[in-house]
Design a protein around this ligand. Structure first.
Ligand SMILES: Cc1cc2nc3c(=O)[nH]c(=O)nc-3n(C[C@H](O)[C@H](O)[C@H](O)COP(=O)(O)OP(=O)(O)OC[C@H]3O[C@@H](n4cnc5c(N)ncnc54)[C@H](O)[C@@H]3O)c2cc1C
Length: 540
């Protein structure tokens, strides 16, 4: 199990509940994951919510997905929401409730009614992950889960080459200095290797997930020959916190759910011009509206010199009381205060930023199996067909949890459980040549090498400029040529950025998939003019 967000941890716990041992790779601690960062909550139709129905949740999901969802997957995943909530409750998650004990449902964009369960107001991810972390220590579960901390995935193991069954993974701990050759490296042989490595939104310059969200799991799966779907569909959250020219986390959509309204630099509301649901329109619509607003209205002149410089759009919460805001959004309120903004009196500077990636490794929504034998994917790394061209708010934690439970059940049915953990111990595969070890070690150095970091930073700027909220054919063609050239240049193993080869392969696939889309759909928006708008190259 590679990845320790909700998808990876819950799969491991569910396997342990079924008395099946597994190894859980924790790269940087449980708090470094999108799951931990999640604010708004988890969308779930629960039978006791008389305002809601399964059909209504399905309809909202299909509508936000802009005609690109797999309707069967949508129904199959959403109808498991209630049992997922029961599972999370059993692991100790405590949702916010009203004084009478009923769930305090939140409201988010494009949901027809209040159906979002949340924890500690606006700290749902932390609340869930903290509870699951405690569950990992339970005496009845702990013996089944071996934590492998500090390691990251470098490659999948396919003894018979690309497209053939995956038999494990190569993991490296970049923090330990090996005394002996390859000592910092683990080769795990496994019947089932599960990618739970999250999405790839951090490949964009302005983004909300943690830095590890670089799509490395998808890159490895693509390299292994797995089917990869829908990469161009990248969700830009309309309201990332714009602070001193940078994105400093997220301002949850739940604020708009409680009445927050977007205003331009002149203080004018504008969302009613763009969609009947105004500020609660689907995220792709709101992000495009902000993009257009920024093209037509200059940033607030009074803001040029201070921390809100260049920000053209603000989220206005000032009509709500300080007491309510502090109680409903304690973390976000505090984050704004630390930046010198009291949201009870001052509108919050916001900008769209890459947030969630709908594309990923194709998986069977019933089992989590990919197109390659022995390889599974769960959570944001996977494509299940649920989100279509634009994810409905708070449907992703739901998908992580539902698919984690399904995958665990499938693995138990599919494989003979190993009886002891010893059988899962790291093994050195004598079959691999020194050249293999050398290339894995080179990749492991990828994140620490300055040249690679610089290339990564260039990739992030280019993706932001040419494949951001609004795209043009010409811009994407420019991007494709750049990635193809970079791929060719880095081909030699002696090139300082050789470790990025498979990343460039993935990026070429991403742009090619985008160029093949004939028209705008959901989060993929083609601009009406051929020229890339000037505003596209900066934070809006
Ligand atoms: C700021 C923010 C707020 C959000 N709010 C919500 C919300 O309210 N509701 C909702 O439904 N969704 C929300 N989302 C989306 C949701 O949080 C994610 O889609 C979901 O948590 C993904 O879970 P995951 O387990 O698949 O991946 P993650 O939680 O991203 O975990 C991925 C794990 O893989 C590890 N990893 C990555 N690469 C490697 C590698 N090469 N080797 C080893 N390990 C690796 C990472 O360290 C991490 O542990 C939010 C996202 C963000 C960024």
């Amino acid at each position: 199990m590679i990845g320790s967000g909700l998808a990876g941890v819950l799969t491991a716990l569910e396997l342990a509940t079924l008395k099946v041992p597994c190894v859980l790779v924790v790269q940087e601690g449980f708090h470094v994951s999108s799951s931990y960062y999640a604010q708004g909550g988890i969308a779930a139709f629960l039978p006791e919510n008389t305002q809601d129905s399964l059909d209504s949740h399905i309809e909202d999901t299909l509508s936000a997905g802009a005609g690109h969802c797999d309707a069967q997957a949508v129904r199959a995943i959403l109808e498991d929401a209630s049992s997922l909530v029961a599972t999370l409750n059993a692991y100790g998650v405590v949702w916010d409730t009203h004084p009478d004990g009923t769930y305090a449902y939140g409201q988010e964009g494009s949901h027809a009614c209040r159906r979002i369960l949340h924890v500690a107001g606006d700290a749902t991810g932390k609340g869930i992950m903290d509870a699951l972390k405690i569950a990992l220590e339970r005496p009845d579960l702990k013996p089944y889960i071996t934590l492998l901390e500090g390691y990251h995935l470098v490659s999948l193991i396919q003894p018979d080459g690309k497209g053939t069954p995956v038999r494990g993974a190569v993991l490296v701990n970049p923090h330990t200095k090996p005394h002996a050759e390859n000592e910092n490296m683990c080769l795990y042989e496994a019947d089932a290797t599960v990618l739970a490595t999250g999405g790839y939104a951090r490949l964009w310059q302005y983004a909300t997930p943690p830095a590890c969200n670089l799509g490395e799991g998808i890159v490895s799966a693509y390299e292994a020959g797995a089917e990869i779907k829908d990469l161009p569909f990248v969700q830009f959250h309309p309201t990332a916190f714009a602070y001193q020219g940078q994105v400093k986390g997220l301002i949850s959509e739940a604020l708009r759910g409680e009445g927050g309204r977007l205003v331009n630099a002149q203080g004018e509301y504008f969302m009613t011009q763009y969609h009947p649901l105004a500020d609660l329109a689907p995220r792709d619509v709101v992000s495009r509206a902000i993009f257009e607003t920024c093209q037509h209205t200059p940033p607030a002149p009074q803001c040029e010199e201070d921390m809100t410089s260049r920000v053209s759009v603000f989220l206005d919460m000032t009509h709500l009381s300080e007491a309510f805001l502090k109680q409903r959004f304690p973390s976000i309120y505090q984050k704004c205060i630390q930046a010198g903004i009291d949201m009870a009196t001052t509108p919050i500077p916001v900008t769209p930023a890459a947030h969630y990636t709908m594309g990923g490794v194709w998986t069977d929504y019933r089992t989590g199996a990919t197109s390659i034998e022995g390889l599974y994917a769960v959570g944001e790394v996977a494509y299940t067909g649920l989100h279509g061209a634009n994810r409905l708010a708070s449907n992703s934690l739901l998908e992580c949890g539902v698919m984690a439970r399904r995958l665990a059940k499938h693995l138990v049915a599919q494989y003979e459980p190993k009886q002891t953990l010893n059988l899962l111990k790291a093994q050195v595969f004598d079959a691999f040549s020194p050249a293999c070890y050398a290339s894995w070690q080179a990749r492991a150095k990828m994140r620490r090498c300055e040249a690679t970091q610089q290339s990564l930073s260039t990739i992030q700027k280019l993706l932001w400029q040419y494949m951001g909220v609004v795209r043009t054919q010409k811009g994407m063609q420019t991007l494709l040529e750049y990635f193809e050239e970079a791929h060719a240049e880095t081909a030699l193993p002696t090139h300082p950025c050789h470790a990025l080869q498979s990343m460039y392969d993935f990026l070429i696939l991403l742009v090619r998939q985008a160029l093949m889309l004939p028209q705008s759909q959901g989060a993929h928006t083609l601009h009406t003019s051929e020229e890339v708008p000037v505003v596209a190259s900066r934070m809006y």
